[in-house]
Design a binder for this molecule. Structure first.
Ligand code: GLU
Length: 428
Protein backbone atom coordinates (compact mmCIF):
# COMPACT_ATOMS: atom_id res chain seq x y z
CA UNK A 1 0.00 0.00 0.00
CA UNK A 2 1.57 3.31 -0.98
CA UNK A 3 1.40 6.28 1.39
CA UNK A 4 -0.84 8.08 -1.07
CA UNK A 5 -3.44 5.32 -0.65
CA UNK A 6 -4.56 7.40 2.27
CA UNK A 7 -7.12 9.99 1.48
CA UNK A 8 -8.29 12.68 3.80
CA UNK A 9 -10.88 11.08 6.09
CA UNK A 10 -14.35 11.49 4.64
CA UNK A 11 -16.17 14.40 6.30
CA UNK A 12 -19.05 13.46 8.52
CA UNK A 13 -22.41 13.81 6.79
CA UNK A 14 -22.75 17.42 5.77
CA UNK A 15 -24.48 19.34 8.47
CA UNK A 16 -24.08 16.50 10.99
CA UNK A 17 -22.24 16.86 14.26
CA UNK A 18 -19.16 14.62 14.50
CA UNK A 19 -19.74 11.48 16.62
CA UNK A 20 -18.37 13.04 19.80
CA UNK A 21 -20.60 16.10 19.40
CA UNK A 22 -23.50 13.80 18.60
CA UNK A 23 -22.89 11.97 21.87
CA UNK A 24 -22.58 15.27 23.77
CA UNK A 25 -25.91 16.59 22.43
CA UNK A 26 -27.75 13.67 24.04
CA UNK A 27 -25.52 13.68 27.12
CA UNK A 28 -26.19 17.41 27.67
CA UNK A 29 -29.95 16.93 27.38
CA UNK A 30 -29.89 14.03 29.84
CA UNK A 31 -27.72 15.96 32.32
CA UNK A 32 -30.17 18.87 32.22
CA UNK A 33 -33.17 16.61 32.81
CA UNK A 34 -31.33 14.84 35.64
CA UNK A 35 -30.11 18.16 37.00
CA UNK A 36 -26.53 16.96 37.31
CA UNK A 37 -24.17 19.10 39.36
CA UNK A 38 -22.16 21.32 36.94
CA UNK A 39 -18.84 20.17 38.41
CA UNK A 40 -19.70 16.53 37.87
CA UNK A 41 -20.96 17.41 34.40
CA UNK A 42 -17.55 18.85 33.51
CA UNK A 43 -15.85 15.78 34.95
CA UNK A 44 -17.97 13.30 32.97
CA UNK A 45 -18.04 15.24 29.75
CA UNK A 46 -14.41 14.74 28.73
CA UNK A 47 -12.29 11.58 28.66
CA UNK A 48 -9.74 11.24 31.48
CA UNK A 49 -6.98 10.10 29.13
CA UNK A 50 -6.32 10.36 25.40
CA UNK A 51 -3.27 8.68 23.89
CA UNK A 52 -2.17 9.13 20.26
CA UNK A 53 0.71 6.99 19.04
CA UNK A 54 2.76 6.49 15.91
CA UNK A 55 3.02 2.89 14.76
CA UNK A 56 5.89 2.17 12.35
CA UNK A 57 5.49 -1.05 10.37
CA UNK A 58 7.84 -2.67 7.83
CA UNK A 59 5.45 -3.59 5.04
CA UNK A 60 5.90 -6.77 2.95
CA UNK A 61 7.45 -4.81 0.10
CA UNK A 62 10.18 -3.43 2.40
CA UNK A 63 8.76 0.08 2.79
CA UNK A 64 8.38 1.57 6.23
CA UNK A 65 4.85 2.81 6.80
CA UNK A 66 3.75 4.82 9.82
CA UNK A 67 0.19 4.50 11.13
CA UNK A 68 -1.64 6.60 13.70
CA UNK A 69 -3.17 4.78 16.67
CA UNK A 70 -5.44 5.89 19.50
CA UNK A 71 -6.60 4.75 22.91
CA UNK A 72 -9.03 6.90 24.82
CA UNK A 73 -10.07 6.20 28.40
CA UNK A 74 -13.32 8.00 29.05
CA UNK A 75 -13.47 7.02 32.71
CA UNK A 76 -12.58 4.33 35.22
CA UNK A 77 -15.09 5.20 37.92
CA UNK A 78 -16.97 1.89 38.01
CA UNK A 79 -13.80 -0.17 37.48
CA UNK A 80 -11.10 -0.81 34.88
CA UNK A 81 -11.93 0.75 31.53
CA UNK A 82 -13.29 -1.50 28.80
CA UNK A 83 -13.81 -1.17 25.09
CA UNK A 84 -12.90 -2.42 21.66
CA UNK A 85 -10.29 -1.44 19.08
CA UNK A 86 -11.25 -0.60 15.51
CA UNK A 87 -9.10 -0.62 12.41
CA UNK A 88 -10.44 1.72 9.73
CA UNK A 89 -9.09 4.25 7.22
CA UNK A 90 -11.34 7.02 8.51
CA UNK A 91 -11.12 6.47 12.28
CA UNK A 92 -9.98 9.59 14.16
CA UNK A 93 -9.63 10.83 17.72
CA UNK A 94 -13.13 12.43 17.77
CA UNK A 95 -14.74 9.14 16.80
CA UNK A 96 -12.70 7.22 19.37
CA UNK A 97 -13.64 9.76 22.06
CA UNK A 98 -17.34 9.30 21.27
CA UNK A 99 -17.02 5.53 21.26
CA UNK A 100 -15.14 5.60 24.59
CA UNK A 101 -17.89 7.63 26.28
CA UNK A 102 -20.56 5.34 24.86
CA UNK A 103 -18.68 2.42 26.47
CA UNK A 104 -18.90 4.16 29.87
CA UNK A 105 -22.65 4.57 29.57
CA UNK A 106 -23.05 1.07 28.12
CA UNK A 107 -21.19 -0.60 31.00
CA UNK A 108 -23.14 1.45 33.58
CA UNK A 109 -26.48 0.42 32.02
CA UNK A 110 -25.41 -3.22 31.78
CA UNK A 111 -24.46 -3.15 35.45
CA UNK A 112 -20.95 -4.43 34.87
CA UNK A 113 -17.99 -3.09 36.90
CA UNK A 114 -16.19 -1.29 34.09
CA UNK A 115 -15.49 2.23 32.92
CA UNK A 116 -15.36 3.08 29.23
CA UNK A 117 -12.55 3.14 26.67
CA UNK A 118 -11.98 2.70 22.97
CA UNK A 119 -9.03 2.31 20.64
CA UNK A 120 -8.41 2.66 16.96
CA UNK A 121 -5.79 2.57 14.25
CA UNK A 122 -6.12 4.55 11.03
CA UNK A 123 -5.40 1.82 8.46
CA UNK A 124 -7.13 -0.19 5.77
CA UNK A 125 -6.94 -3.81 6.92
CA UNK A 126 -8.52 -5.05 3.65
CA UNK A 127 -5.31 -3.96 1.90
CA UNK A 128 -2.89 -5.43 4.44
CA UNK A 129 -1.40 -8.92 4.71
CA UNK A 130 -1.72 -11.02 7.88
CA UNK A 131 1.91 -10.40 8.70
CA UNK A 132 1.52 -6.60 8.33
CA UNK A 133 -1.58 -6.71 10.54
CA UNK A 134 0.29 -8.76 13.14
CA UNK A 135 3.21 -6.31 13.24
CA UNK A 136 0.80 -3.37 13.47
CA UNK A 137 -1.13 -4.99 16.32
CA UNK A 138 1.95 -5.98 18.30
CA UNK A 139 3.54 -2.52 17.99
CA UNK A 140 0.24 -0.85 18.92
CA UNK A 141 0.01 -3.11 22.00
CA UNK A 142 3.61 -2.59 23.08
CA UNK A 143 3.20 1.20 22.83
CA UNK A 144 0.24 0.93 25.18
CA UNK A 145 1.68 -1.46 27.77
CA UNK A 146 1.30 1.13 30.53
CA UNK A 147 -2.35 1.64 29.63
CA UNK A 148 -3.55 -1.94 29.09
CA UNK A 149 -3.91 -4.46 31.91
CA UNK A 150 -6.54 -6.80 33.38
CA UNK A 151 -7.07 -4.37 36.27
CA UNK A 152 -6.64 -1.14 34.33
CA UNK A 153 -7.85 -1.17 30.72
CA UNK A 154 -9.15 -4.17 28.81
CA UNK A 155 -9.49 -4.02 25.01
CA UNK A 156 -11.76 -6.16 22.82
CA UNK A 157 -12.73 -6.48 19.15
CA UNK A 158 -14.60 -3.79 17.27
CA UNK A 159 -14.93 -2.94 13.57
CA UNK A 160 -12.35 -4.90 11.47
CA UNK A 161 -10.61 -6.54 14.42
CA UNK A 162 -11.21 -10.16 15.37
CA UNK A 163 -10.18 -13.10 17.57
CA UNK A 164 -6.78 -13.36 15.89
CA UNK A 165 -6.02 -9.70 16.60
CA UNK A 166 -7.03 -10.26 20.26
CA UNK A 167 -4.72 -13.31 20.43
CA UNK A 168 -1.78 -11.16 19.24
CA UNK A 169 -2.60 -8.51 21.85
CA UNK A 170 -2.75 -11.13 24.60
CA UNK A 171 0.54 -12.66 23.47
CA UNK A 172 2.40 -9.34 23.16
CA UNK A 173 1.25 -8.17 26.60
CA UNK A 174 2.10 -11.60 28.10
CA UNK A 175 5.60 -11.64 26.58
CA UNK A 176 6.36 -8.36 28.36
CA UNK A 177 4.74 -9.54 31.62
CA UNK A 178 6.79 -12.78 31.44
CA UNK A 179 3.63 -14.79 32.07
CA UNK A 180 0.38 -15.54 30.27
CA UNK A 181 -2.19 -12.87 31.12
CA UNK A 182 -5.44 -13.94 29.47
CA UNK A 183 -7.58 -11.32 31.26
CA UNK A 184 -5.88 -8.38 29.52
CA UNK A 185 -8.16 -8.62 26.49
CA UNK A 186 -11.54 -10.17 25.65
CA UNK A 187 -12.98 -11.60 22.46
CA UNK A 188 -10.10 -14.11 22.30
CA UNK A 189 -10.31 -17.50 20.59
CA UNK A 190 -11.97 -20.09 22.84
CA UNK A 191 -8.84 -22.22 23.25
CA UNK A 192 -6.82 -19.37 24.76
CA UNK A 193 -9.24 -18.10 27.36
CA UNK A 194 -12.14 -16.91 25.22
CA UNK A 195 -15.74 -17.34 26.32
CA UNK A 196 -18.35 -19.52 24.73
CA UNK A 197 -21.02 -17.36 23.15
CA UNK A 198 -18.81 -14.24 22.80
CA UNK A 199 -18.85 -14.12 18.99
CA UNK A 200 -22.64 -14.23 18.84
CA UNK A 201 -23.17 -12.10 21.95
CA UNK A 202 -23.82 -8.67 20.39
CA UNK A 203 -26.34 -10.08 17.88
CA UNK A 204 -27.95 -12.18 20.61
CA UNK A 205 -28.28 -9.06 22.76
CA UNK A 206 -29.92 -7.21 19.84
CA UNK A 207 -32.44 -10.05 19.56
CA UNK A 208 -33.14 -10.00 23.33
CA UNK A 209 -33.62 -6.20 23.31
CA UNK A 210 -35.94 -6.48 20.28
CA UNK A 211 -38.07 -9.14 22.00
CA UNK A 212 -38.32 -7.00 25.14
CA UNK A 213 -39.39 -3.96 23.07
CA UNK A 214 -42.01 -5.96 21.14
CA UNK A 215 -43.42 -7.19 24.42
CA UNK A 216 -43.79 -3.59 25.66
CA UNK A 217 -45.55 -2.75 22.40
CA UNK A 218 -47.81 -5.79 22.74
CA UNK A 219 -46.77 -7.09 19.32
CA UNK A 220 -45.89 -10.74 18.58
CA UNK A 221 -42.60 -11.39 16.72
CA UNK A 222 -44.39 -13.51 14.10
CA UNK A 223 -46.49 -10.49 13.17
CA UNK A 224 -43.45 -8.36 12.35
CA UNK A 225 -41.03 -7.77 9.49
CA UNK A 226 -37.49 -6.52 9.84
CA UNK A 227 -34.72 -4.85 7.80
CA UNK A 228 -31.11 -5.25 8.90
CA UNK A 229 -28.44 -2.84 7.67
CA UNK A 230 -24.99 -4.46 7.76
CA UNK A 231 -24.30 -8.18 7.50
CA UNK A 232 -21.13 -8.45 9.57
CA UNK A 233 -20.95 -10.24 12.88
CA UNK A 234 -23.64 -8.10 14.53
CA UNK A 235 -26.10 -7.79 11.61
CA UNK A 236 -25.97 -11.39 10.46
CA UNK A 237 -26.35 -12.90 13.95
CA UNK A 238 -29.16 -10.45 14.84
CA UNK A 239 -30.97 -11.41 11.61
CA UNK A 240 -30.49 -15.12 12.23
CA UNK A 241 -31.72 -15.05 15.83
CA UNK A 242 -34.65 -12.72 15.06
CA UNK A 243 -35.71 -15.06 12.24
CA UNK A 244 -35.55 -17.97 14.71
CA UNK A 245 -38.01 -16.03 16.89
CA UNK A 246 -40.44 -15.80 13.98
CA UNK A 247 -39.62 -12.30 12.71
CA UNK A 248 -39.70 -12.13 8.90
CA UNK A 249 -36.42 -10.58 7.67
CA UNK A 250 -37.42 -8.71 4.50
CA UNK A 251 -34.19 -6.81 3.81
CA UNK A 252 -30.47 -7.11 4.50
CA UNK A 253 -27.45 -5.20 3.19
CA UNK A 254 -23.67 -5.09 3.21
CA UNK A 255 -20.93 -3.31 1.23
CA UNK A 256 -22.40 -4.76 -1.99
CA UNK A 257 -25.74 -2.98 -1.38
CA UNK A 258 -29.17 -4.03 -0.14
CA UNK A 259 -31.55 -6.89 -0.93
CA UNK A 260 -35.32 -6.80 -0.41
CA UNK A 261 -37.68 -9.75 -0.46
CA UNK A 262 -41.15 -9.30 0.93
CA UNK A 263 -41.59 -13.09 1.25
CA UNK A 264 -38.67 -13.15 3.71
CA UNK A 265 -34.96 -13.87 3.23
CA UNK A 266 -33.45 -17.25 4.10
CA UNK A 267 -30.85 -15.96 6.58
CA UNK A 268 -28.86 -19.17 7.20
CA UNK A 269 -28.51 -19.46 3.41
CA UNK A 270 -27.32 -15.83 3.16
CA UNK A 271 -24.78 -16.44 5.94
CA UNK A 272 -23.49 -19.53 4.10
CA UNK A 273 -23.22 -17.47 0.91
CA UNK A 274 -21.14 -14.77 2.62
CA UNK A 275 -18.85 -17.40 4.16
CA UNK A 276 -18.11 -18.75 0.67
CA UNK A 277 -18.10 -15.53 -1.35
CA UNK A 278 -16.96 -12.86 1.09
CA UNK A 279 -20.05 -10.67 0.65
CA UNK A 280 -23.70 -10.77 -0.46
CA UNK A 281 -22.71 -9.63 -3.97
CA UNK A 282 -24.78 -11.56 -6.58
CA UNK A 283 -26.60 -13.53 -3.86
CA UNK A 284 -30.04 -14.36 -5.24
CA UNK A 285 -31.92 -13.50 -2.09
CA UNK A 286 -34.11 -10.59 -3.20
CA UNK A 287 -34.45 -7.48 -5.33
CA UNK A 288 -31.45 -5.19 -5.35
CA UNK A 289 -31.93 -1.96 -3.38
CA UNK A 290 -29.49 0.63 -2.08
CA UNK A 291 -28.42 0.94 1.54
CA UNK A 292 -30.43 4.18 1.73
CA UNK A 293 -33.54 2.45 0.39
CA UNK A 294 -33.14 -0.28 2.98
CA UNK A 295 -33.40 2.26 5.79
CA UNK A 296 -36.65 3.60 4.35
CA UNK A 297 -38.20 0.28 3.29
CA UNK A 298 -41.52 -1.08 4.45
CA UNK A 299 -40.80 -2.99 7.68
CA UNK A 300 -41.80 -2.96 11.34
CA UNK A 301 -38.32 -3.30 12.86
CA UNK A 302 -35.16 -1.62 11.59
CA UNK A 303 -31.79 -2.83 12.88
CA UNK A 304 -28.97 -0.50 11.79
CA UNK A 305 -25.91 -2.68 12.41
CA UNK A 306 -23.32 -1.05 10.14
CA UNK A 307 -21.76 2.24 11.20
CA UNK A 308 -22.32 5.73 12.56
CA UNK A 309 -24.67 8.42 11.26
CA UNK A 310 -26.86 6.32 8.98
CA UNK A 311 -30.18 7.74 10.17
CA UNK A 312 -29.95 11.51 9.92
CA UNK A 313 -32.05 14.66 9.85
CA UNK A 314 -32.37 14.18 6.10
CA UNK A 315 -33.81 10.65 5.95
CA UNK A 316 -35.41 10.18 9.40
CA UNK A 317 -38.80 11.52 8.36
CA UNK A 318 -39.01 8.89 5.58
CA UNK A 319 -38.42 5.91 7.88
CA UNK A 320 -41.42 3.57 8.00
CA UNK A 321 -40.27 1.21 10.76
CA UNK A 322 -42.05 1.49 14.13
CA UNK A 323 -39.12 0.16 16.12
CA UNK A 324 -35.40 0.85 15.64
CA UNK A 325 -32.91 -1.34 17.49
CA UNK A 326 -29.37 0.04 17.21
CA UNK A 327 -26.94 -2.82 16.61
CA UNK A 328 -24.12 -0.44 15.61
CA UNK A 329 -22.63 2.29 17.80
CA UNK A 330 -24.05 5.71 16.94
CA UNK A 331 -26.08 4.79 13.82
CA UNK A 332 -28.55 7.62 14.53
CA UNK A 333 -27.20 11.16 14.30
CA UNK A 334 -28.51 13.55 16.95
CA UNK A 335 -30.22 15.56 14.18
CA UNK A 336 -32.58 12.61 13.55
CA UNK A 337 -33.88 12.35 17.12
CA UNK A 338 -36.68 14.92 16.89
CA UNK A 339 -38.08 13.42 13.63
CA UNK A 340 -38.14 9.91 15.07
CA UNK A 341 -39.73 11.15 18.26
CA UNK A 342 -42.37 13.10 16.34
CA UNK A 343 -43.22 9.99 14.35
CA UNK A 344 -43.57 7.98 17.58
CA UNK A 345 -40.87 5.48 16.54
CA UNK A 346 -39.47 3.61 19.51
CA UNK A 347 -35.65 3.63 19.43
CA UNK A 348 -33.69 1.13 21.53
CA UNK A 349 -30.39 3.02 21.77
CA UNK A 350 -26.99 1.52 21.02
CA UNK A 351 -25.80 1.82 24.63
CA UNK A 352 -28.53 -0.66 25.57
CA UNK A 353 -29.24 -2.61 22.36
CA UNK A 354 -25.68 -3.64 21.50
CA UNK A 355 -24.41 -4.20 25.05
CA UNK A 356 -24.53 -8.00 24.66
CA UNK A 357 -20.94 -7.92 23.38
CA UNK A 358 -19.44 -6.18 26.36
CA UNK A 359 -21.61 -8.19 28.79
CA UNK A 360 -20.12 -11.44 27.50
CA UNK A 361 -16.70 -9.74 27.46
CA UNK A 362 -17.26 -9.21 31.18
CA UNK A 363 -18.11 -12.94 31.51
CA UNK A 364 -14.89 -13.75 29.63
CA UNK A 365 -12.82 -11.57 31.98
CA UNK A 366 -14.49 -13.19 35.01
CA UNK A 367 -13.84 -16.71 33.64
CA UNK A 368 -10.20 -15.85 32.87
CA UNK A 369 -9.72 -14.64 36.43
CA UNK A 370 -11.45 -17.70 37.85
CA UNK A 371 -9.68 -20.10 35.51
CA UNK A 372 -13.04 -21.85 35.24
CA UNK A 373 -15.10 -21.81 32.07
CA UNK A 374 -18.87 -21.93 31.65
CA UNK A 375 -20.87 -23.83 29.08
CA UNK A 376 -22.77 -22.00 26.35
CA UNK A 377 -26.31 -22.25 27.78
CA UNK A 378 -24.94 -20.82 31.01
CA UNK A 379 -23.41 -17.83 29.17
CA UNK A 380 -26.57 -17.27 27.09
CA UNK A 381 -28.90 -17.48 30.10
CA UNK A 382 -26.81 -15.03 32.10
CA UNK A 383 -26.72 -12.70 29.09
CA UNK A 384 -30.51 -12.90 28.74
CA UNK A 385 -31.02 -12.09 32.43
CA UNK A 386 -28.65 -9.12 32.38
CA UNK A 387 -29.98 -7.68 29.11
CA UNK A 388 -33.58 -7.95 30.27
CA UNK A 389 -32.72 -6.31 33.58
CA UNK A 390 -30.90 -3.48 31.76
CA UNK A 391 -33.88 -3.04 29.43
CA UNK A 392 -36.30 -2.79 32.37
CA UNK A 393 -34.07 -0.25 34.16
CA UNK A 394 -33.87 1.95 31.07
CA UNK A 395 -37.59 1.61 30.42
CA UNK A 396 -38.39 2.66 34.00
CA UNK A 397 -35.99 5.60 33.75
CA UNK A 398 -37.63 6.72 30.47
CA UNK A 399 -41.08 6.46 32.10
CA UNK A 400 -39.99 8.33 35.22
CA UNK A 401 -38.53 11.22 33.21
CA UNK A 402 -41.25 11.01 30.56
CA UNK A 403 -38.69 10.78 27.81
CA UNK A 404 -37.33 8.53 25.08
CA UNK A 405 -35.50 5.25 25.68
CA UNK A 406 -32.29 6.97 24.53
CA UNK A 407 -32.46 9.77 27.09
CA UNK A 408 -33.77 7.31 29.68
CA UNK A 409 -30.64 5.22 29.06
CA UNK A 410 -28.31 8.22 29.40
CA UNK A 411 -30.06 9.34 32.59
CA UNK A 412 -29.80 5.84 34.12
CA UNK A 413 -26.07 5.75 33.32
CA UNK A 414 -25.40 9.31 34.53
CA UNK A 415 -27.25 8.60 37.79
CA UNK A 416 -25.18 5.52 38.44
CA UNK A 417 -21.77 6.88 37.46
CA UNK A 418 -22.27 10.19 39.29
CA UNK A 419 -23.42 8.40 42.47
CA UNK A 420 -20.32 6.20 42.45
CA UNK A 421 -18.15 9.23 41.72
CA UNK A 422 -19.62 11.05 44.73
CA UNK A 423 -19.07 8.02 46.97
CA UNK A 424 -15.47 7.59 45.86
CA UNK A 425 -14.89 11.33 46.07
CA UNK A 426 -12.31 13.37 44.24
CA UNK A 427 -8.74 12.58 45.26
CA UNK A 428 -6.44 15.53 45.62
N1 GLU B 1 -16.66 -3.29 20.65
C1 GLU B 1 -17.79 -3.76 21.39
C2 GLU B 1 -18.70 -2.60 21.76
O1 GLU B 1 -18.69 -1.56 21.14
C3 GLU B 1 -17.40 -4.62 22.58
C4 GLU B 1 -16.52 -3.96 23.58
C5 GLU B 1 -15.99 -4.92 24.65
O2 GLU B 1 -16.38 -6.08 24.65
O3 GLU B 1 -15.20 -4.47 25.46
O4 GLU B 1 -19.53 -2.71 22.63
Amino acid sequence: MSPDTYKEPAPYHKGEANPFESMLIRFDKACKMYNLDPGLYNYLKQPVKQVIISIPVHMDDGRLEVFEGYRVIHDNILGPSKGGIRYAPDVDIEEVKALASWMSWKCAIANIPFGGAKGGVKCDPSKMSQSELEKLTRRYTSSLLEVFGPDTDIPAPDMNTNEQVMAWIMDTYSMHARKTVTGVVTGKPLIIGGSRGRTEATGRGVMIATMAALEKKGVKPEETTCAVQGFGNVGSVSAKLLAEKGVKIVAVSDVSGGYYNKEGIDIPKAIEYVKKNGSLKNAKIGNKITNEELLECDCYILVPAAKEDQITGSNASRIKARLIVEGANGPTAASADKFLERKGIMVIPDILANSGGVIVSYFEWVQDRLGYFWDEPDVNNRLMRMMNEAFENVYKSAMQYETTMRLGAYIYAIDKVSKVLKLRGIYG
